[in-house]
Design a protein around this ligand. Structure first.
Ligand code: 5GP
Length: 190
């Protein structure tokens, strides 16, 4: 569809720093809006419909999936969460940059649906550095760290299938590289 060049997906292994890099990019470039997902979980105190999420019953969420209105979704901690087609397409059609943070399988799905989009893989500076970061969180026991590392190794093996790879040497550098890529691929250079 028209405007696919405005759509970007960032994926990468757990612990590589996707959320931090994207938060920095949004802080520097607030015109890159956050797309609002749908969820079956109840709103938390202070959250609002259409701002944090679109809150839907499980039946309504499943209907959205069946109607092809959900680009990708996940079942997490007893609830469904999904990216809505309308949220993404509305922005693309208006010529606005869209940035999604989704897992490796979800990214491949987006590329299949929107061949003109760009899928970006965020890489750690090295495998050792990723292990250090996962351990450095200090929140997981050894068995859990080993499982995460095994998943991370599998995810790293997918990097070649992405359009672009960016190494996260520092938050500023990775956010800057990502923004430069977006502007270039979307044809927004001045
Ligand atoms: P929370 O309940 O804390 O708002 O979110 C729980 C988890 O769901 C987080 O890890 C968040 O990143 C994930 N999540 C939120 N929206 C989406 C979405 O549209 N798709 C997927 N796959 N995960 C999402």
């Amino acid at each position: 569809m028209e405007g696919e060049k405005y759509l970007f997906v960032v994926s990468g292994p757990s612990g590589v720093g996707k959320d931090t890099v994207m938060a920095r990019l949004r802080a520097d470039h607030p015109e890159i809006e956050k797309t609002v997902s749908a969820t079956t979980r109840a709103p938390r105190e202070g959250e609002a419909e259409g701002v944090n999420y679109y809150y839907r019953s499980e039946a309504a969420f499943k209907q959205l999936i069946e109607a092809g209105e959900v680009l990708e979704y996940n079942y997490y901690n007893g609830n469904y969460y999904g990216t809505l087609r309308a949220e993404v397409e509305r922005r693309m059609a208006a010529g606005k940059l869209v940035l999604l943070n989704i897992d490796v399988h979800g990214a491949a799905n987006i590329k299949r649906l929107y061949p003109g989009s760009t899928i970006v893989f965020l890489l750690p500076p090295s495998a050792q550095e990723l292990e250090a970061r996962l351990r450095g969180r200090g929140t997981d026991d050894e068995a859990s760290i080993e499982r995460r590392l095994a998943i991370a190794r599998e995810e790293l093996a997918q990097a070649d299938a992405f359009d672009v790879r960016i190494v996260n040497n520092s938050i500023e550098q990775a956010a800057g590289d990502l923004y430069a890529l977006m502007v270039r691929r979307a044809g927004l250079e001045q």
